[in-house]
Design a protein around this ligand. Sequence first.
Ligand code: FES
Ligand SMILES: [Fe+2]
Length: 404
Amino acid sequence: MNLLDPSLYESVRKPLEQAHGLPPACYHDPAFHQKEHEDIFTKGWILAGRTDRIANPGDYCTVGFGDLSLVLTRSEDGALQAFANTCRHRGAPLVEGEGHCRALSCPYHAWTYKLDGTLAAAPGMQDTANFHMAEFPLHRVRIDVWDGFMFVCASAQTPPLAQWLGDLPERLAMYGFDQMRTARRVEYQVACNWKVWVENFMEGYHIPTVHRSTISRQKVVNMPEDPGRGEYVAIYERHEGTRALLHGDAGFGPIETLSGESSLGSRFILIYPNAMLAIANDTMWCFEAFPQGATQTKIVLSSCFPASRFERDDFAALAANYFKRQDIVVREDNDISEWQQRGLQNRHARPGRFSIKEKIVHALDNWVLDRVLGVTSQDGDALTQPAPTHPQAPVASGVHRRPA
Ligand code: FES
Ligand SMILES: [Fe+2]
């Protein structure tokens, strides 16, 4: 099966009510995954966590997926930088994890780079002909920030982050994300394709079964959501109280700046391709998804609260209630994602049909196809053009076209 043949996806391109899902091989085929890496993850704006990961000059952290391994630094002037995590001498990674340093010194032969990426020392190189340190800075990658969220982008052609996000910052301004701090950052290794995890995050169809003894008890009404303008999709659910605690547990109460719908429910946002926000009326959780090959995904969850909450004497006790809910429910999602992945790799697996509750699954699948199937070669760089958020229109037989 040639997974890059557009005719394979005619049914995925149909309106939700008529569509089939992606062929199961799209969730485990290494070549399809490599195409996603090239066309999606190396070109898109990728969430790399919150800025408080590297709050002070000298702080650094790393993010990695496929052949993109980056080190993010905060330099002396407070600016954020992102570099390829590979030494300009013989290529060794400079650092792993996160930490604090005055300069990035390679553990192999001690070439040392300032926090702005310039090479400051290269011991033993004085007899090398025509060697000029200025010619060997770290390779710089784009980094930009929206309200405390750090995004990186490895492509120079991709439009700025502000264009990528479209009207999303304006729609979410009342939550005051720039005034939030991260209380906990947790990593999970999940044995599934990245789309499996993201699709699960963006549909509520599984809640009565997968979360039957936890969050399914809360009565929730799905409300129509304006598709908006930007590389994102959104869900809004109306319900009483918060979605971020288990029944009966105490929390911080609603964020004071909220009003209207934002105070009466929760929002789930997917900023293509790897950023997921779960926004309740009292907390915001952001999830980063980093593919580690076709069938493994690293999920990173940052739990954020308004900065004022951290000053309360009961902060630790109340925050623990939110973490308890996360630890149980995220585990349920991770387990079902690994379970689904095993079935997708069954040789008899075939594309299924969607419930209307899986609107975003369908939207994501079409967004992926838009990028992987060669829009780039036919229409120029797909990522320089506004993308649809809710595919609805059928596509002519055998012809790849973006849904309207
Ligand atoms: S590889 Fe980094 S100093 Fe040699
Ligand atoms: Fe779930």
